[in-house]
Design a protein around this ligand. Structure first.
Ligand code: FAD
Length: 417
């Protein structure tokens, strides 16, 4: 079921793009022109699906295999659309070049004083800027994000390019749909009108740079399960000035209808600011998203957590749901960096099926083999990993070498969404 949901986005993308190309397939003309037109519609279709995939609705995400899958395909389709749309005018001009070089030049030239050409190029330039910002490692996330968001404008501008070329029959309704999608994302999600109101009930300091925040709903609540994450935007309180941006945080404890908890590590401006949050601060919450720790097989379970990656496992343990033998391996640089250790020890003492292994790694990367003593049934195990990307990569390589199939390894990635 989980794998079927993950296939739904590629199936949706392929069907939509194929339908559009089938409808617009050009009869006759030079081959380069035909390919150019097909690439134009392919790029247009991929951009529309990519736009649809930015909707952060919990129910939609559950059907489409999760927010991470949606965002992965959103990026892939955006990149592929850019390549197709860049090739589109080049092939059209190339088709005219042998017989009518002037016409070929006018098709490409931004100096030809024609709105159809200008809007086409404008759409490509917006795409280029947005994608450039996305892949640029140098720009701060805060700057990268609005430039990337401007990518959404490339779709209506590209569609206006088609309308100006006189192709308005399927394009006008498509333009309308793209504007509705953009408006939904902006109003419901970025401005938070689709989010639920919560309030900070209590705050507990976990370490020098981590606080645990308990959130209570002011009305309807999200149905958060251990292993899931929520998008939370903190507003301003009496003394606290919230950054009011939605950031993803894994649920560290599910308190049923009465709310949930998140642990926040100071990593950048917004999360540093959250360290001084106080009870009574209003928040808006979207979610819950994700299916990490959902439906584990009945084989021995190995949970491998690094640093903040302990939160999904902690939530499941706090919920008291452990019905199969589980080894929790928690890695941290030094004792001072370990989070929730007292809670984990107390839970382990009360749960006979849980084996807790605390590993202080020092400053060097841990050798994965060293955390599995000879008695561990690694060959039959199922592995759940949450932590920094280098740790996950090292363990994945090690487990593959030990013959563990990919379907028995599950990850939660804390990278940018
Ligand atoms: C699924 C998921 C679950 C997460 N769970 C937790 C958690 O339980 N506790 C916790 O402390 N952190 C968690 N994070 C990471 C947390 O969202 C980022 O640390 C936070 O958004 C940083 O915001 P900032 O403005 O303080 O930092 P910035 O200065 O903007 O960035 C600091 C770092 O965080 C990354 N980052 C910034 N914004 C986001 C974003 N919206 N999504 C993801 N990464 C971002 C940046 O790329 C950069 O590496 C999670 C991330 C994901 C994707």
């Amino acid at each position: 079921m989980r794998n079927l949901a993950k296939l739904s986005v590629p199936i949706l993308s392929l069907s939509f793009v194929a339908g559009l190309v089938f409808w617009a397939y050009p009869e006759g003309g030079a081959l380069a022109r035909q390919i150019g037109i097909v690439l134009g519609w392919t790029g247009c279709g991929m951009l529309l699906v990519s736009l649809f995939l930015v909707l952060r609705e919990a129910r939609l995400a559950a059907v489409l295999g999760g927010l991470e899958t949606m965002y992965r395909w959103h990026h892939r389709l955006g990149m592929a659309a850019y390549v197709a749309l860049l090739a589109h005018p080049l092939l059209l001009a190339g088709a005219s070049l042998p017989k009518a070089p002037r016409e070929a030049w006018e098709l490409l030239s931004p100096f030809s004083e024609s709105w159809p050409v200008w809007t086409g190029w404008l759409s490509l330039l917006v795409l280029m800027a947005g994608l450039g910002a996305t892949v640029s490692g140098r720009l701060a996330y805060r700057i990268r994000r609005p430039i990337h968001a401007a990518l959404g404008l490339a779709v209506p501008v590209g569609l206006i390019h088609l309308i100006l070329l006189g192709i308005d029959e399927p394009v006008l309704p498509i333009l309308l749909v793209s504007l509705v999608l953009l408006a939904c994302r902006l109003v419901r999600e970025d401005w938070g009108l689709g989010a639920l109101p919560y309030v900070v009930r209590s705050v507990a300091r976990v370490s020098a740079n981590v606080v645990e925040v308990s959130l209570a709903p002011l009305g309807e609540s999200i149905a958060a399960q251990p292993g899931q994450f929520a998008l939370v935007a903190f507003q301003s309180g009496r003394r606290f000035k919230g950054c009011n941006e939605f950031h993803p945080f894994t649920v560290s404890s599910t308190d049923g209808v009465s709310g949930f908890r998140i642990a926040v590590k100071a990593l950048g401006d917004c999360t540093r600011n959250i360290q001084s949050i106080e009870p009574g601060v209003p928040a808006r919450v979207q979610g819950a998203f994700g299916d990490f720790l959902d439906d584990p097989a009945s084989t021995p379970q190995f949970w491998i957590a690094g640093g903040m990656g302990i939160t999904p496992f902690l939530a499941l343990l706090r919920a008291g749901r452990l019905d199969r033998p589980t080894i929790l391996i928690y890695l941290f640089p030094s004792e001072g960096d370990a989070l929730f250790v007292n809670d984990l020890r107390a839970i382990a003492a009360s749960l006979p099926k849980l084996t807790l292994r605390l590993v202080a790694t020092g400053d060097n990367p841990v050798e994965p083999g060293s955390v599995f003593p000879a008695g561990d049934d690694v060959a039959r195990g199922e592995f759940w990993l949450c932590g920094p990307p280098p740790m996950i990569e090292a363990f994945t390589r090690f487990l593959r070498r030990r013959g563990i199939a990919n379907r028995r390894m599950h990850f939660e990635n804390f990278g940018p969404l």
